[in-house]
Write a protein that binds this ligand. Structure first.
Ligand SMILES: C[S@@+](CC[C@H](N)C(=O)[O-])C[C@H]1O[C@@H](n2cnc3c(N)ncnc32)[C@H](O)[C@@H]1O
Length: 391
């Protein structure tokens, strides 16, 4: 079979994107091949032991399989996967989306469209100015987000986007939590990892003359040591990292609590610590949800939906975060639940933000709604509710 020209044009576009450093992501979808449970393949650039590689994540109905190949082998691998039966391939770069589509007869077409807000159209400099954080901030280099010439590394493009999106969200809720004030807030970031968001938040506050005391809490001591070294190198006054478990964090006053992608009930521990410490602002992006799913008693009317494991999992995730939102309302917060940004190919990209509102009148209704929800699904316990109930 001769390769149709659109496939050549597509793979050339991939090569050019990799060469120019503008490659963000490639997705193979609309699978019509022989494998029963194959869904899609997503490719990203990763750096492993200092070498850039293409990471293929193959999504099956019940599992993901990851394989990493050298960039040079990547194109051959993409062609091989297309032959397996994927009817669409989408390449996302900093400024374009290029899509290869096959019809039922196997004929290919190629579409290419510029992305809105593309820096090359609006002027890179102006575009940078609109971001919450400038690309030349020193900590970005220290964390390996940018290179020696203040350019975002291709493999860190998603992280860069996440940092900026996080600050956009934070800016709105911070203004609501501290209206018309120049506060000196105590901020705690639970499960901060390397501290990408902790550094960004501290920098954002300091550039606005807000003299915050920001603390990152992280289980892994080597990450804490690295983050503390960088904080000193950058002269990041008021920013420190502590090794420890969220569960052991002492009850102490705090103003802003952050917990992004803390596993399972670690999110509940962090929320509880924030509420108990009197935080005015809580931001969390829950990670995996294991606690509620085994408790769900499927109501008869929901059986056609929830007999499917994938639906039950999604429902349990939604229930967990809805219970958290109701508990926060009962505790006197205005709550928002919305889509955040995900670095991995996963549906777990929800964010919960809560701003304390002394005048909130939601508590009584939220309590009734929570009781009804638990009754409907036969739920017995939820960690945040237990922790709050103990007070
Ligand atoms: C997925 S990472 C997220 C890092 C960072 N918050 C972010 O979003 O970029 C979760 C981090 O939480 C840490 N962690 C998990 N459970 C924890 C606990 N109980 N106490 C403190 N840190 C924890 C892990 O070691 C890991 O570094």
């Amino acid at each position: 079979m001769t390769t149709p020209p659109p496939v050549d044009a597509f793979t050339t576009a991939v090569e050019q994107a990799l060469e120019s450093g503008s490659f963000l992501r490639l997705t193979l979808g609309k699978y019509r091949g022989a494998a029963k449970d194959l869904e899609r393949v997503t490719l990203r650039l990763v750096t492993i032991k200092g070498r850039e590689q293409l990471s293929f994540v193959t999504r099956h109905k019940s599992r993901d399989v990851t394989s990493n190949v050298e960039r040079t082998q990547g194109i051959a691998e993409i062609r091989r996967r297309l032959d397996e039966g994927f009817r669409s391939a989408t390449l996302l770069t900093h400024d374009h989306e290029t899509q290869l589509l096959f019809n039922k007869r196997g004929e290919a077409t190629l579409r290419r469209r510029p992305l809105a807000g593309n820096p090359s159209r609006s002027g890179g400099h102006d575009r940078e100015k609109r971001r919450p954080i400038a690309v030349d901030r020193p900590f970005l280099k220290g964390l390996g987000v940018t290179d020696g010439r203040d350019r975002v590394l291709p493999s860190m493009a998603a992280k860069w986007k996440q940092i900026n999106r996080f600050l956009e969200v934070f800016a709105v809720d911070f203004a609501a939590a501290f209206p018309g004030e120049a506060p000196s807030p105590r901020v705690v970031d639970f499960g901060c990892g390397k501290g990408y968001l902790t550094f960004a938040l501290h920098d954002w506050l300091r550039l606005r003359d807000i003299r915050a005391k920001v603390t990152g809490i992280e289980l892994r001591e080597e990450l804490v040591a690295g983050a503390n070294r960088l904080a000193v190198e950058c002269g990041a006054e008021g920013l420190t990292f502590r090794a420890g478990d969220i569960a052991d964090f002492p009850e102490e006053p705090l103003d802003v609590m952050i917990a992004l992608h803390a596993c399972d009930t670690a999110t509940d521990l962090a929320l509880h610590t924030g509420i108990a410490g009197g935080a005015r602002l809580l931001l969390c992006a829950p990670c995996c949800h294991k606690e509620i799913r085994p408790q769900v008693r499927i109501p008869d009317i929901m059986r056609p939906l929830l007999k499917h494991g994938v639906h039950l999992g999604a429902e349990a995730d939604m229930l967990t975060d809805s219970i958290r939102a109701l508990l926060l309302e009962i505790a006197g917060y205005d709550v928002k639940v919305f889509e955040f940004i995900s670095l991995e190919h996963t549906d777990r990209n929800r964010m919960i933000t809560a701003v304390r509102n002394e005048r909130s009148t939601r508590a009584a209704a939220a309590r009734e709604e929570l009781a009804a929800l638990k009754e409907f699904y036969g739920l017995r316990r939820q960690t945040l509710e237990d922790l709050l109930g103990r007070e």
